[in-house]
Design a binder for this molecule. Structure first.
Ligand code: BGC
Ligand code: MG
Length: 542
């Protein structure tokens, strides 16, 4: 992967991608087997969901050894082969790297629990109860429960910013930092092209454990349904001192001959200000993804708001964007009025691939794959089961990838898959779509090539010119010593006709978008777009 500012990463949810050994669980050898497919598709690299040793209660976000692989996925030799095979096809490999917390079953935590004199006593964030026995302060987890859990052996509370079986490591302890740096080096030495640091704004907490202040609730806070929104997370997350740790990681990454990417993933009430702090000086992260961002959007005005907020807060503005991931309902099922239609899938892919920065395409998104329905007895997501009432959980976006329409388990596994393959996905299978020229799959492949043919799309800046309930207009602009290029991209992401007035210069010309029926501006400058239609124009400056 060239150190370009805009690679497209294919986000692999490993357990459900391709199972090579029939144990029902996707694995590294399975990824190797599908590298030709990914090369054919035309992505720049892969982002692997956590591969580390884990009891899997949160499917790899609960780690027991950050320098070891989950044996279900394969051994180190296979991992190294995967990196080599990917490289030989021009594909980068990035790892989703979970370093903020471990599993409660991690040997470090088991040791730390023994007591204040234990060898690793300060490797996690421990604090005594208040005089009345209640937790040390009012911090809440992103799921709305107290961020403290009592440990009877230790006789103290431990901090967990996420689930209670994911205790936060104490990055105020230099020994813990040393371990982190060692793990980062360990993986970068294998030849991977970079890491996506999970929960990257949670690494440090306030050393005085001060209470978070209440938050002013705005009109957008709806019903007071989620206690997390009641407070301003001033002291437990996004601490100013967090950046020092990220800078240490940058120093390590920059010590290699080839470009090593450091991406981040975070959640914060003002996420873009945090991203600006982490990316604008070029001495910490390359880019960061925000959970509250596009992956929660269900219509284009929400996307317009997010992109505008991003451009006004983040300088110079390299984003990291995804519409789908393993935590949220599939895009074509979530998006207002999209109803899983292929036209909607194509428009939403066009929108995603029109953005500036690192793009992450979630497995199955290239097929326009809808949310799967998983029967209650076969659901596996603990978060879904434990945390939110009547919430079906995240299994519906994690089911096996449909490779072959007529094979058992849609070609994912010869064994019994850990989550059932959805029979509604038969007609979305890769083999079917490869046969149909007008499929979402071929469309995605063409769009990935299209993105590379315009310097403005590959390297240019991105600005939202206008948006309303149905339409959004983006401007991509690139200047180099050889000249400049400006593209205007108008997207109707709704199932209604939509019109917008564009004051384009007379020299603007339409740019064909492969396999997409495009609108055309009228001489008066009004652009009428049919449902799920796009128009792309190029401005020519004399
Ligand atoms: C992951 C989730 C996980 C959560 C808690 C997130 O970054 O994407 O799948 O449940 O962290 O660790
Ligand atoms: Mg397997």
């Amino acid at each position: 992967m060239k150190p370009s500012a805009s690679p497209v990463l294919y986000h692999i949810y490993l357990r459900s991608f391709f199972d090579s050994d029939g144990d029902g669980v996707g694995d590294l050898q399975g990824v190797i087997a599908k590298l030709d497919y990914l090369q054919w598709l035309g992505v720049d690299g892969i982002l692997l969901s956590p591969v580390f040793e884990s009891p899997l209660s949160d499917f790899g976000y609960d780690i027991t050894n950050l320098r070891g692989l989950n044996p279900e996925y394969g051994d180190m030799a296979t991992f190294v082969r995967l990196v080599k095979e990917a490289k030989s096809r021009g594909l980068a490999v990035m790892l989703d790297f979970v370093a903020n917390h471990t599993s409660t079953q991690h040997p470090w935590f088991l040791e730390s629990c023994k007591g204040a004199n234990a060898a690793k006593a300060d490797w996690y964030v421990w604090a005594p109860a208040r005089a009345d026995g209640t937790p040390p302060n009012n911090w809440l987890t992103i799921f709305g429960e107290s961020a403290w859990r009592w440990h009877p052996t230790r006789g103290e509370y431990y901090l967990h910013n996420t689930l209670s079986n994911q205790p936060d490591l104490n990055y105020r302890n230099p020994d813990v930092i040393r371990e982190l740096l060692k793990s980062v080096r360990f993986w970068l030495d294998t030849g991977v092209d970079g890491l996506r640091l999970d929960s990257v704004n949670l690494f440090l907490h306030d050393d005085r454990l001060r209470n978070n202040p209440p938050r002013h609730l705005g009109w957008q806070d709806e019903a007071r349904s989620d206690p997390y929104r009641y407070q301003s997370q001033r002291y437990n997350i996004s601490r100013p001192e967090n950046i020092h740790l990220l800078k240490q990681l940058r120093v390590i990454a920059d010590g290699y001959d080839s470009k090593k990417w450091l991406l981040g993933s975070l959640s914060d009430p003002s996420p873009y200000a945090v991203i600006d702090r982490y990316t604008s000086e070029g001495d910490a992260l390359d880019a960061a993804n925000v959970f509250e961002s596009l992956s929660l959007c269900c219509n284009v005005s929400q996307v317009g708001e997010q992109l505008s907020a991003f451009s006004s807060a983040v300088h110079p503005g390299i984003g990291c964007w995804s519409m789908g991931n393993h935590d949220i309902a599939r895009t074509v099922s979530r998006w207002q009025d999209a109803n899983n239609q292929p036209e909607a899938a194509k428009l939403l892919l066009t929108m995603l691939l029109s953005l500036q920065g690192v793009i992450s395409l979630y497995q199955g998104e290239e097929l326009g794959l809808p949310e799967a329905s998983v029967p209650p007895a076969q659901r596996r997501d603990l978060f879904g089961k434990q945390v939110i009432a009547n919430y079906v959980g995240r299994d519906g976006c994690r089911t096996p990838m449909p490779w072959q329409s007529d094979a058992p388990n849609l070609g994912f596994s010869e064994g019994s898959p850990w989550l059932p393959a959805d029979q509604n996905h038969v007609r979305y299978a890769v083999d079917q779509q490869q046969k149909e020229g007008a499929s979402v799959l071929h469309f995605t492949r063409n769009m990935l090539r299209w993105r590379k043919t315009y310097p403005a799309l590959e390297h240019g800046s991105c600005r939202v010119l206008a948006f309303n309930a149905s339409l959004m207009v983006l401007e991509r602009h690139f200047t180099s010593p050889e000249g400049s290029q400006t593209l205007i991209i108008a997207l109707n992401a709704s199932n209604q006709d939509a019109t917008i007035r564009l004051n384009l210069p007379a020299s603007a010309t339409s740019v064909p978008v492969p396999h997409m029926k495009a609108g055309e501006p009228s001489p008066s400058g009004a652009l009428l777009l049919a449902p799920w239609q796009v128009w792309v124009g190029e401005l020519h400056t004399p």
